[in-house]
Write a protein that binds this ligand. Structure first.
Ligand SMILES: *Cc1c(COP(=O)(O)O)cnc(C)c1O
Length: 371
């Protein structure tokens, strides 16, 4: 085992922003313009973000959660409607559905931690309006199959791409499959800023125009209001930060993919103890998180923490068993894969600031634990 006793942290923000001067220079330039709301850097960010995904329109909003909620609302999803998603996701997916006024309907996840497409159709009812697949961990949900099901039942698709910037299937980016998609710029997402932010992408010019009003009081001009709405803009100050990080997002993603590959290769020998999820050759996964199913999870988790490796559990309690979901009437046993995963999953640090010696250290710890 390498001698390093250095802490291997889950967060990388201190390293990422060790050299803040270039960012502060950009902020200084913005402050001199006073262009703080819907300012020029926001427009530049939106244009570059859309181009990155090969889409015509991107709209900056306050958070990733708002991106999902506003997408649903602008598409007409609301009270009386059902939206299909999975219980194995960050709470915001389901919160966004509920805050749009619709009823979340759950479908279990598959071995890749994304929605099990073979179980979607049995949950479709006359009230189903949309499917919200989640590209959890940065692994794309099976979008070709989901779009096929959506067409057959005339459903909208809004992708929760919060964890999956630059993930793709057959070269087609996540976020470009459905009617709209939401991304998050939260500090611990792969494309991050200095606080909260989100982005909605769409191919529809009409939707994009409406969303620009929707996030800004429904204001058509300074004095004319087309409809009552939210104030939910991405701060121009944050767009300034985002513009700098957009230049780095390919390098960040490539490093995460390379780190994940080192883990995958090392764990191939430990198949008795560790289940690496499937890696489909036509899927580009971007590893917002690196999640394995392991034997003796709780003990491994404690062991890693004792070695200074900041492992995590994403997520320990499935959403259908949360108090918040009580009114939906689900019970233990309804989603066996998701419930079993909660006891076996572990998240290892995979971020772009890890040295390969640190990855080796994590691998050595895990080998030692099982041998
Ligand atoms: C982070 C996240 C969100 C919400 O993003 P915020 O910007 O934190 O509001 C939504 N869905 C998933 C799966 C996420 O990981």
């Amino acid at each position: 085992m390498s001698g390093s006793r250095r802490r291997i942290g889950y967060s990388y923000l201190l390293e990422q922003f060790a050299d803040i001067d270039p960012y502060l220079e950009d902020i200084r330039a913005l402050v001199k313009t006073g262009d703080f709301t819907l300012g020029k850097p926001l427009g530049e960010f939106e244009e570059k973000f859309a181009r990155l995904l090969d889409l015509p329109y991107a709209i900056g909003v306050g958070t990733g959660t708002d991106a999902l909620m506003l997408s649903l609302k602008i598409l007409g999803v609301g009270p009386g409607d059902e939206v299909i998603t999975t219980p194995n996701t960050f709470v915001a997916t389901v919160g966004a559905i509920a805050m749009a006024g619709a009823r979340p309907v759950f479908v279990d996840n598959n071995e890749e931690y994304t929605i099990d497409v073979t179980k979607i159709e049995e949950t479709v009812t006359p009230r189903t309006k949309a499917i919200m697949p989640v590209h959890l961990t940065g692994c794309p949900a099976d979008m070709p199959r989901i779009m096929e099901i959506a067409h057959r039942h005339n459903l909208l698709v809004v992708e929760d791409a919060a964890q999956a910037i630059l993930a793709a299937i057959d070269g087609k980016s996540v976020g470009s499959w459905g009617a709209a998609a939401g991304f998050s710029l939260h500090p611990l997402k792969n494309l991050n800023i200095w606080g909260d932010g989100g982005v909605i992408v769409t191919r529809s010019a009409e939707l994009a125009d409406n969303l620009r009003l929707f996030r800004n009081h429904g204001m058509a001009t300074r004095d004319e209001i087309d409809f009552w709405s939210h104030n939910c803009r991405l701060d121009t100050l944050q767009a300034v930060i985002a513009n700098r990080l957009l230049e780095q997002v390919h390098a960040i993603t490539d490093r995460r993919i390379a780190n994940a590959r080192l883990y995958d290769e090392a764990f191939a020998d430990l198949a008795e103890f560790i289940n690496v999820p499937p890696r489909r050759s036509n899927f580009k996964q971007v590893y917002h998180t690196y999640v394995l199913r392991v034997r003796n999870r709780d003990r491994l988790y404690q062991f890693l923490l004792s070695k200074g490796v900041e492992a995590k559990i994403h997520y320990p309690i499935p959403l259908h068993l949360q108090k918040a979901a009580g009114y939906l009437g689900y019970k233990k046993g309804d989603f066996p894969q998701c419930e079993a995963d909660c006891h076996t999953i572990i998240t290892l640090p995979v971020h772009q600031h890890l040295q390969s010696s640190q990855i080796e250290f994590v691998i050595d710890c895990i080998r030692n634990f099982y041998h």
